[in-house]
Ligand binder design. Structure first.
Ligand code: G6P
Length: 611
């Protein structure tokens, strides 16, 4: 989703802005732009539809962008108005230029009022309305902070904004509500950014703005006030992500680099949560005994995080013997709230900023449920607002398509469910120790084996080169894994695919199976082998090309298969987490084989901060 960068300091501002935007490309965007103060202290804006390289070329060709020291930049993911040069940010007037993440919900009403006053607009965006309103307020008041406050109090929706006022080439102004924004603190230079990855080459120190904060940033000072106008006493935080972690390090794509980090990050995530061989969450202040009295668990998330939640659902049900519901955050929010005290709501999110997941968390709290966040980004909104937080230690995930974040979320929630089982007396300590050791020791090894023996996966991907439509099937928890595998494939290969509970396929969908239709058939549970075998035979008999994902003891399934992606031998309740890596690789190699932009799939955003 949109990315913001602002720079003020001694270095070449335009270079820093383009570099920062390049680090933010992973969030997903369709146009970009910058505004800088020229040597004559005039605001110069350059923007272009498409890749950042288009703006970089304009910057390169414009001598006025050199020797300048302050400016703002933006990568836009279109919401209001198609991707185009004129809808790209920054937007503004002769008084100011502004970049914005989020959505101004009442922009149409404000625009009408401004049009009635004779104001004109160059774009279709909600952001330009904000810029024009702010200009009008500033022209009337002559006070920058006052005008910003007045403007923001008139808008509804969400925003992270950075503003350059034309009459002040040494300061940037920024504010947030709903959309994340940080102020990066360097040596003789300061930054504004939508996330820390934009700044890692230059600083790891930053202030994370809170809801309603406004910051004024110059080369050597950062002044932050809170929503009441009082000085905001924010801690100066230090990112523990380093620049290597946020760069490709010799891999052709972030996605394959991140898949290769899965085994390490699983160990890192579980290390501190296993004591004396048993799951242990005490150090994080989580009272595991609360599970004794809980009626239900609701797991709420979006996208891949939601499918990691499905792993949790299966394990809470099988280990802790308690009902667990997985809900898509954007639906959970608007359904009748049938939860409250006595329920636990677990929110899973890599970014910790997904707008619907954050809103679901707030609703759960309002209704009196206990909330627990499983989040990757430290200090993110969801992490801060939940009653308890368990961080996944996946490090920065840059590829839009989520891989290592899923694996660590699934492993962590499985460990949590085992701990809940011990608390409820439904899992013995011996069994919990076996689960913990399988997750911590065997799972990482199995993932490594899959990555190191990827030839069958590459061969299956080759066989899918011209495929336009396919299926993923499984039973039990493999049904959810089928959905996650199908999602990966759709996201980065643009192949239509559907995931089905294998036993349900014959109730309609089997009519779509033709000669050569690929069916990825996942069979991690030996109790289901026979049933899966029958379902596989049903589609095979109608011409399907079978890509089996199973362990080597599923001999009969392997015999029927055209391709076999081996899942190393693991407990069946954990094997699915390793099998997910095979499905990620299948999507990866197919996208790569087709020459697609693996890390930046069309239309998608990494962090979805609009509802
Ligand atoms: C976007 C991303 C997905 C991700 C989902 C939830 O759609 O493209 O990869 O799973 O958001 O994001 P979150 O940060 O909350 O895990």
């Amino acid at each position: 989703m949109c990315g913001i960068i602002g720079y003020v300091g001694k270095a070449e501002a335009a270079e820093r802005l383009i570099e920062g935007l390049s680090a933010l490309e992973y969030r997903g965007y369709d146009s970009a732009g910058i505004s800088v103060f020229t040597k004559e202290s005039k605001l110069l804006t350059l923007k272009a539809e498409g890749r950042l390289a288009n703006v970089a070329a304009k910057v390169e060709a414009c001598a006025e962008t050199r020797g300048v020291h302050c400016g703002i930049g933006h990568t836009r993911w279109a919401t209001h108005g198609a991707p185009s040069d004129r809808n790209s940010h920054p937007h503004g007037t002769e008084l100011l230029q502004l970049v914005h993440n989020g959505i101004i919900e009442n922009y149409a009403d404000i625009k009408e009022e401004l049009l009635n006053k004779g104001k004109t607009f160059l774009s279709d965006t909600d952001t330009e309305v904000l810029a024009v309103l702010l200009s009008e307020n500033y022209a009337q008041m002559g006070d920058k902070l006052g005008a910003i406050k007045k403007t923001l109090s008139a808008v509804t929706g969400s925003y992270g904004i950075a503003i350059a006022f034309a009459d002040d080439s040494t300061h940037l102004y920024c504010a947030r509500s709903g959309s994340p924004l940080i102020v990066g603190v360097g040596e003789g230079e300061n930054y504004v950014a939508s996330d820390i990855t934009a700044l890692l080459r230059h600083t790891r120190k930053y202030y994370q703005l809170r809801e309603g904060d406004i910051a004024v940033v110059s080369e050597d000072a950062v002044v932050i006030t809170d929503k009441n106008g009082d000085p905001a006493d924010l801690p100066l935080e230090t990112a523990d992500w380093d620049v290597q972690a946020a760069e490709r390090g010799g891999y052709p794509h972030f996605m394959i680099k991140e898949i290769n980090e899965e085994s390490e990050t699983v160990k890192k995530t579980l290390n501190t949560r296993i004591k004396n061989g048993l799951p242990d969450f005490e150090a994080e202040g989580l009272d595991i005994n609360m599970f004794k009295d809980l009626e239900r668990v609701h797991i709420v998330a979006c996208g891949t995080a939601m499918y990691a939640g499905c792993v949790g659902k299966c394990r809470f049900e099988s280990y802790a013997r308690m009902p667990a519901h997985v809900e898509v955050a954007s639906e959970f929010r608007y359904a009748p709230p049938l939860f409250g005290k006595g329920d636990l709501v677990i929110i899973i999110s890599q970014s910790g900023e997904t707008a619907d997941s954050l809103a679901a968390l707030r609703l759960a709290k309002e209704c009196g449920a206990h909330t627990l966040a499983i989040v990757n980004v430290i200090g993110s909104s969801i992490a801060r607002e939940a009653d308890n937080v368990l961080y996944t230690w996946a490090g920065p995930e840059i590829s839009v398509c989520s891989t290592k974040a899923y694996t660590v979320q699934a492993a962590l929630i499985t460990l949590l469910a085992a701990a809940a089982g011990v608390a409820r007396g439904t899992v013995t300590e011996e069994e919990a120790a076996r689960i913990a050791s399988c997750l911590h020791d065997e799972l990482p090894l199995a993932i490594e084996k899959i990555i190191n023996n990827a030839d069958p996966i590459k061969a299956a991907a080759k066989a899918l080169h011209t495929t336009q439509s396919m299926f993923f099937i499984g039973r039990g928890s493999d049904t959810y894994l089928a959905s996650e595998g199908s999602l990966k494939l759709k996201e980065i290969t643009y192949t239509h695919s559907e995931a089905y509970a294998a036993g349900e396929l014959k109730h309609g969908t089997i009519s779509l199976i033709e000669q050569g239709t690929p069916v990825v058939s996942i069979a991690n549970d030996p109790r289901m082998y026979e049933k899966m075998l029958s379902n596989i035979r049903e589609v095979k008999a109608r011409g399907a090309m079978i890509i089996a994902v199973c362990a080597k003891d599923a001999e009969d399934i392997i015999k029927v298969a055209d391709h076999w992606l081996e899942v190393p031998a693991l407990r069946s309740d954990i094997a699915g987490i390793a099998a997910a890596t095979s499905l990620q690789l299948l999507a990866y190699y197919l996208a790569d084989d087709r020459g697609l932009d693996v890390d930046k799939p069309r239309n998608l955003a990494k962090s979805v901060t609009v509802e």
